[in-house]
Design a protein around this ligand. Structure first.
Ligand SMILES: Nc1ncnc2c1ncn2[C@@H]1O[C@H](COP(=O)(O)OP(=O)(O)OP(=O)(O)O)[C@@H](O)[C@H]1O
Length: 245
């Protein structure tokens, strides 16, 4: 039987009269890469803001590793790492200082912090940039540091909100390779939102969110096969047209 790391049930959210999420339900398994695909305005950022407790949903239930987020919010936050759409590193601090600050917010002791920083920077091939100011890094390397930072407290789930926006194609490809490897090697679950169809790979688990509603949760290749569609683009078009109706 599957034992989901994250369960979302019947989530709803409104901005005034505008309903941004409607009856959103899904479950994520450990060690999988999930692509959350949806056009601008679909509700991806709203969903992420609720998952990391920046917004409170008036409807629905979120459970992480069996812990109810409404009842034990801090316990759940410890299980979640997030990289926001907008960069949030301090450009005038070094890579290490940025990471150490995050570790202190999570209450990690000094020795553990040093070791985790070494491990995460090594994972992203960034060890030699540890003492450099973030300002001196290119966009792709800054993103790597943000992802390393989000992993320092060893969350079960990593949320990436359009994390590859603004990066060139080859940097995006490298980043996407890194992220899939992270899931298979470390057992972490990644939920990565994007409106870029070419970021989704046939082996990914796919969640399609349109107009605040989940239209599909299935392995991308399986969904293509069952609908007899020959590309991720065609699959997305299919659900986009359905969502517009
Ligand atoms: N603060 C807000 N006040 C009013 N409406 C909002 C607010 N934030 C988002 N919305 C609306 O809620 C809906 C969902 O927005 P959201 O930003 O979650 O979508 P998204 O899929 O993340 O889009 P994008 O890819 O453009 O970031 C949209 O219709 C948006 O206009």
């Amino acid at each position: 039987m599957s034992n989901p790391v994250l369960t979302v049930e019947q989530l709803g959210y409104y901005y005034g009269p505008k309903q941004a999420l409607k009856d959103v339900s899904f479950a994520l398994d450990a060690g999988q890469y999930y692509a959350l695909l949806g056009p601008n305005g679909a509700g991806k950022s709203t969903l992420f803001s609720i998952l990391c407790q920046l917004l409170q949903a008036p409807q629905g239930t979120i459970t992480v590793n069996g812990i109810n987020a409404a009842r034990q919010p801090r316990q759940v936050l410890k299980q979640i790492g997030i990289v926001f759409q907008q960069p949030t590193l301090d450009l005038d601090l070094s890579v290490e200082q940025n990471l150490a600050y995050h570790a202190s917010l999570h209450g990690l002791p000094g020795a553990v912090t040093k070791q985790r920083i070494s491990e995460e920077l090594a994972r992203f091939d960034m060890s030699d940039r540890r003492q450099d100011k973030v300002r001196s890094l290119n966009g792709g390397h800054r993103r790597r540091v943000e992802i390393a930072r989000a992993l320092l407290h060893q969350p079960a789930i990593l949320l990436l909100d359009e994390a590859t926006v603004g990066l060139d194609q080859s940097t995006r490809d490298t980043m996407n390779d890194h992220l899939r490897k992270l899931c298979s090697e470390s057992g972490i679950t990644i939920l990565s939102s994007t409106h870029l169809i070419d970021e989704v790979r046939p082996a990914d688990e796919l969640l399609v969110l349109i107009n605040g509603q989940i239209q599909l949760q299935q392995r991308c290749a399986d969904a293509m096969a069952s609908l007899q569609l020959d590309s991720v683009q065609a699959l997305y078009r299919h659900f986009h047209q359905q969502g517009e109706r």
